[in-house]
Design a binder for this molecule. Structure first.
Ligand SMILES: [Zn+2]
Length: 501
């Protein structure tokens, strides 16, 4: 018999909360008891706890699980914590070497949970350009940006070269990498056969792949529909779990056809999962294949759709774009692929976000200093540092815009897409995900406490600022954010790994 009137004595009780647990459907006032990094009680009765924090009127939800964060340094993860994130994983670009990346991050400590996939572009840079990639605990984006100008990593590979690429990825998965991250759109001339081999490898190892699709343009051939269908067909052709990254940015204006195809594929039992972020602009390296001046128009963009972060300039014309791509191919830009002030464009964005079972994932980017250099860890963030606003405001924006302002999602459904759903996407490969994304006894005490009436993003393309309305964030039962303030020395983050293959 379960006794509800005598909860166990615990370290901390959050009392008076509106507890939202998307798995059980619970949405009611409860007390949440926390002990030893776990939730030990979710009860109606008064707590017996060493410390009690009254959170009456606030929502207690599972901490947000971000499948797509390139901001793996401490400062980037702190900004994400202030947006309610308790686990931020670098799964699209990934890392290589993987064991070293986990070791550095664990030694330095991280404010929230972290983890990496195996980096396909990293393996290609190693095998084809002889680049000796370093483990800096930040995953693959820094190495990826630094080695953009390598002459060979984008070219097709076969025979012994392809075997070495696949071998490096298999070794990394053996070290705990959460699947394989495939920045296919950055090396679109690599063969279809290689991508199918990658999917087959992932299927054999029992892990997902995370793909930035090969094309993003609105045209045929070589458009975003063809690229999404390639991901779906790899799931069909191998049985692999294929995850399509940032559906919003790579679907472009073909989102209706792509969304219908994904829905159908799932209906036939294929494992195709998706994520999106609620912004009409992206951010990436200026040397990206799809930012070639010849390509931009097919993406519905022109050079002045791009802002170069190092100088803050809107790129004036093709000549300037060519100049910057040659001089600084790893430099970061914003790219406006949809107009956030245009209702028709916003409808396209909402189509990606509202597709069934699409997780919210940030695509968070590292901070750069004035001048464009990637910033070292520093808190508070000095004025003038820049990054895409999604890095700091993605989740709060989801609740402000899609829940409070437009009612497009219920609060529970938004919580599900930000926490339980990403945990479920990873669950087969990552057993520890069974304890995340839930407010239930036995679950990890990774929690966000926010005010549904005031939660809002404050970061813009012009200025960085943390989200507001998020009162407390706990990771492993320890406060990282308390009373809306970051605790800058908190390092309760733990590594998240796939089970040994
Ligand atoms: Zn991407």
């Amino acid at each position: 018999m379960t006794t509800y009137d005598e909860p166990p004595r615990c370290e901390l009780a959050l009392s008076g909360a509106r507890v939202v647990d998307p798995e059980s459907g619970l949405d009611a006032v409860r007390t949440v008891g926390i002990d030893g990094g776990r939730i030990v009680a979710v009860t109606e009765s008064p707590p017996r706890a060493v410390r009690t924090l009254d959170v009456t009127g606030l929502v207690v939800a599972p901490g947000f699980v971000d499948l797509h964060s390139h901001a793996q340094g401490t400062t980037g993860l702190q900004l994400q914590a202030l947006d309610g994130v308790t686990t931020a994983l670098e799964l699209e670009a990934g890392a290589l070497p993987v064991a070293g990346s986990y070791a550095v991050a664990a030694e330095e400590g991280r404010p929230i949970n972290f983890g990496f996939s195996a980096s396909w572009t990293g393996a290609r840079m190693r095998v084809l350009d002889g680049v000796d990639l370093q483990s800096d605990g930040r995953g693959g984006l820094a190495a990826f940006a630094a080695h953009q100008d390598g002459p060979n990593w984008r070219r097709p590979a076969e025979g012994p070269e392809l075997s070495r690429i696949l071998g490096a990825l298999e070794e990394a998965v053996g070290e705990g990498a959460i699947g394989i991250g495939v920045l296919l759109g950055y090396a679109p001339d690599t063969g279809r056969a290689e991508y199918l081999r990658l999917a087959g490898l992932a299927q054999r190892l029992g892990v997902p792949t995370f793909t930035h699709a090969r094309y993003g343009a609105h045209r045929e051939p070589h458009g975003s529909l063809e690229a999404a269908l390639e991901v779906i067909s790899a799931a069909a052709g191998t049985g692999a779990h294929m995850h399509l990254c940032h559906l919003n940015s790579t679907s472009n204006r073909s989102i209706d056809a792509i969304a219908d195809a994904i829905d159908s594929a799932r209906g036939y039992g294929l494992r195709v999962t998706t994520e999106a972020y609620p912004y009409g602009a992206g951010s990436t390296v200026i040397g990206a294949a799809f930012l070639d001046p010849e390509e931009l128009a097919a993406h519905g963009m022109s050079p002045c759709s791009l802002t170069y972060l190092a100088t803050g300039e809107r790129i004036a014309d093709e000549a300037r774009l060519r100049e910057l791509r040659a001089a600084d191919p790893g430099g970061l830009v914003f790219l406006r692929f949809l107009d956030e002030d245009d209702d028709a464009d916003l409808a396209l964005l909402r189509r990606s976000l509202l597709l069934s079972d699409t997780a919210i994932a940030t695509d968070a980017m590292p901070l750069v200093k004035p001048g464009g250099e990637v910033a070292a860890d520093v808190w508070p963030v000095p004025p003038g540092y820049a990054t895409h606003p999604r890095s700091a405001g993605c989740y709060a924006r989801t609740f402000r815009w899609l829940v409070r302002e437009t009612g497009a999602l219920t609060l529970t459904e938004a919580v599900r897409r930000c926490s339980l759903l990403p945990a479920q996407i990873l669950a087969d490969a990552v057993p520890s995900m069974a304890a995340k994304g839930r407010v239930q006894p036995g679950a990890d005490a990774d929690l966000v406490v926010f005010d549904p009436d005031t939660i809002t993003d404050r970061a813009t393309y012009a200025a960085l600022a943390p989200s507001a309305g998020i009162h407390h964030v706990l990771v492993d039962g320890q406060f990282v954010v308390r009373d809306g303030k970051l605790l800058p020395d908190a390092r309760p983050g733990r590594p998240v790994r796939a089970s040994a293959a």
